[in-house]
Design a protein around this ligand. Structure first.
Ligand SMILES: Cc1ncc(COP(=O)(O)O)c(C=O)c1O
Length: 405
């Protein structure tokens, strides 16, 4: 193919040149005497991205799924109660992992397209008088349906009821892109990965852990119980003790961490609030396009529309996979597919990471050509035009935001 492929999936995302260059280094000694000069400031700056002062952020070789497992294995014993909700592929897979680990899951099944059900969580927690629920799971941004849940509201419910469960959040497609406040929201474990908001190749599970969890792991004897799940590789305590000195319990993914240094620098230099505002604006451009096409967002409630990914429902007489195939084969554009229950019903546009207006227009233009090839009826150029109008109309607002920084 001549020219660039267009990566419009919700992760992996486009890798900035600066990140790529930062990883273009000779392999290095992970036990070098000066390694802590590199790692300790990186650990400290990662905390800024998670917005935690009291927590600790660990970087494991792995991916988001490994981060889910780390959260569960470090803190829970077989039979422990977990409250979760399934409303898309990723929220559902975390539930399935809980079941595989013999946790006692109360799962509230939601229509795909809806968000974490706050009222149902309230009811389940209120009914749990003996506090058998030890962890509450929230998928902050359900990548399969483009739905963002209200983590702060879940925390408020837990606080209102004085429920002592831990709060675990899947922030794989939100952290570094959508507002996420680990301390303010009282999140005990926040899971992310390297290939979305962090704009890196896949290969790191980036996991924020609260002071409370680290304290309990160290001081409470769950670990001695027969039912303790055990977590050799992802052991938070071992990682914390070793990281304190600037080193790792095993060979770390040094090259990816060189890239991570660059990506964290980019996020902090732009300013997290600007990063969130940029994502919101780009997402809004995509949403304007969908409306102009006469199609619908898979996310049901506007309040939960995701600023990192949009799943676009095609009409029932169409197969969304035809759009995805045409985009890929005819125009070199990778759109996200519909997963599981929404396979064939949606195609997804990932609009996160290292992205600007013109790159979004390229994605929308690619989607339009593929939609025409797949026989979807709409006015050619209408979505791109709506996004152009929105981006130009709001340009002054964007400039004001940047100047205020
Ligand atoms: C919200 C969410 N959680 C978890 C995962 C799983 O992460 P990984 O594929 O990095 O293991 C993904 C992957 O796309 C995701 O979008």
């Amino acid at each position: 193919m001549i020219g660039n492929r267009t990566l419009a999936v919700p992760g992996p995302t486009n890798m900035p040149f600066r990140v790529r260059q930062a990883m273009d280094v000779a392999l290095e000694d992970h036990r070098a005497p000066d390694l802590p000069d590199f790692t300790l400031p990186l650990f400290a700056d990662l905390k800024k991205v998670f917005r935690t002062e009291t927590g600790t952020v660990f970087v494991f070789p792995g991916s988001g799924t490994g981060g889910w497992e780390a959260a569960l294995r470090n803190t829970l014993s077989a039979g422990d109660g977990v409250l979760a909700s399934s409303f898309g592929q990723f929220s559902d897979l975390w539930v399935q992992m809980c079941r595989q680990l013999n946790l006692n899951v109360t799962c509230i099944d939601q229509e795909w397209g809806k968000a974490t059900p706050i009222d149902a969580y309230r009811d389940a927690l209120a009914a749990d008088k003996n506090h058998s629920i030890k962890a509450v799971l929230v998928c902050h941004n359900e990548t399969a349906t483009g739905v963002t849940s209200d983590v702060a509201a879940v925390r408020r419910v837990m606080d209102d009821l004085n429920h002592p469960a831990m709060l675990f959040v899947d922030g794989v497609s939100s952290i570094g892109s959508i507002e996420f406040n680990m301390d303010e929201w009282g999140v005990d474990v926040a899971v992310s990965g390297s290939q979305k908001g962090f704009m890196l190749p896949t290969g790191l599970a980036i996991v924020g852990v609260s002071e409370r969890v680290l304290y309990e792991i160290k001081n409470v004897s769950t670990r001695d119980a027969d039912t303790y799940l055990g977590c050799g590789y992802f052991d938070f305590h071992y990682m914390a003790e070793t990281n304190r000195t600037g080193y790792f319990p095993y060979t770390p993914a040094m090259t990816l961490m060189r890239g991570l240094r660059a990506s964290v620098d980019m996020l902090l230099e732009e300013g997290l609030d600007n990063v969130f505002a940029r994502h919101h604006r780009l997402a809004e451009g995509v949403r304007q396009a969908i409306t102009a096409w006469g199609l619908r967002n898979c996310a049901v409630d506007q309040a939960n529309f995701s600023d990192t990914v949009t799943a676009i429902l095609v009409n029932e007489d169409c197969d969304a996979n035809d759009v995805i195939k045409a985009a890929y084969h005819n125009y070199g554009v990778s759109l996200g597919g519909g997963l599981s229950k929404v396979a064939g019903k949606v195609f997804r546009i990932g609009h996160l990471g290292w992205l600007n207006e013109a790159m979004v227009l390229q994605m929308l233009g690619g989607a339009e050509m593929a939609m025409r090839d797949a026989g979807i009826q709409f006015d050619a150029g209408s979505g791109v035009g709506a996004a152009v109008t929105y981006f130009t109309d709001t340009h002054a607002e964007k400039a004001k935001l940047l100047a205020a920084e």
